[in-house]
Design a protein around this ligand. Structure first.
Ligand SMILES: C[S@@+](CC[C@H](N)C(=O)[O-])C[C@H]1O[C@@H](n2cnc3c(N)ncnc32)[C@H](O)[C@@H]1O
Length: 280
């Protein structure tokens, strides 16, 4: 059988299609990464060549192959307490502002997107338990979403490698994890504290039901988007946020250049973005 190859024009077609579907923009520098995964999927589906595969990908009503391909193309790198100065900012500055303004006892809603394998939303839950003295007085909902259904399964399972938990203090490891076969299983209380859902941030039909958040963490996703999909993401977040709520991005990501929808807030621990109190 002839080896499957991806030609320049195939790459270009795929790049445009995948961008339209996911917001992820692969530049030609990512050629090796993309080609390898495309060839793997062409072989796994016995499509024989790119042309057949690409036709099936676009025409398949169930979207099943698009999901397999998306799962293969995503970069899921993450770990517990990554950039934890933002979690400190959450408990020291953001939540106190939110509760000071609250006029009812409805839950405080936090959206962590993308979740990847769950380290980020579980870190948020641990920070609240360990460091936010007011937790007992408030209901907090943590919803966490990702486009990758394989990584969401892993997140719900909550089993982690030693590398993933290496920044977790020993006392927290003992309190929130059980060591099993050289890995770390997160406890059921934390698993139940986070609801994981499949959401494509670039798909309005997926994001439409997500509303009334007080805090959104969107860290290390916009680096894979271009300016057009970043701007669309900013608008999606704006619609999903309550007036006065906060948006936290990854340390190398910024909203200021992309969108003027948010105000920059400089707290002691972190710079975050805020939707104005009076909605436009
Ligand atoms: C590098 S991880 C970031 C995880 C975590 N937020 C962190 O900062 O450690 C990027 C994640 O973005 C997800 N992703 C990529 N495109 C997405 C999209 N359009 N909608 C939702 N999630 C997406 C990937 O599946 C991957 O799990």
């Amino acid at each position: 059988m002839e080896a499957v190859t991806i030609r320049d024009e195939d790459f270009k077609k795929f790049q445009e299609y995948f961008y339209r579907r996911t917001g992820i923009s692969f530049d030609p520098g990512k050629r090796y990464f993309v080609d390898k995964r495309l060839v793997d999927r062409i072989e796994a589906t016995n499509s024989g060549n790119f042309r057949n595969y690409f036709m099936m990908l676009r025409l398949q009503g169930s979207n099943e192959e698009m999901q397999h391909l998306t799962n293969a193309m995503t970069v899921n790198e993450t770990y517990f307490l990554r950039e934890d100065f933002q979690f400190q900012c959450l408990v020291d500055s953001i939540l106190p502002e939110i509760v000071a303004r609250k006029t009812d006892t409805s839950p405080i809603r936090i959206w962590s997107i993308p979740s990847s394998s769950g380290e980020e939303p579980y870190s948020i839950a641990m920070y609240l338990l360990e460091k936010w003295a007011c937790l007992l007085q408030w209901d907090v909902e943590i919803i966490s979403s990702d486009i990758d259904t394989g990584i969401l399964r892993k997140a719900r399972m909550g089993r982690y490698s030693p590398r993933s938990v290496q920044n977790v203090p020993a006392a927290w490891l003992t309190r929130y994890f059980k060591a099993i076969d050289g890995e770390y299983q997160i406890c059921d209380d934390l698993r139940e504290a986070v609801e994981f859902t499949k959401v494509n941030l670039a798909e309005p039909a997926d994001t439409r039901p997500y509303r009334d958040f007080d805090v959104i963490f969107c860290r290390n996703l916009l680096i894979y988007f271009d300016d057009v999909s970043r701007k669309a993401a900013a608008e999606t977040f704006y619609d999903a946020m309550r007036p006065g709520s906060f948006l936290c991005l990854g340390h190398s990501e910024s909203m200021s250049r992309i969108s003027s929808l948010f105000q920059v807030r400089r707290f002691a621990d972190a710079i975050v973005y805020q939707k104005q109190l009076e909605a436009r």
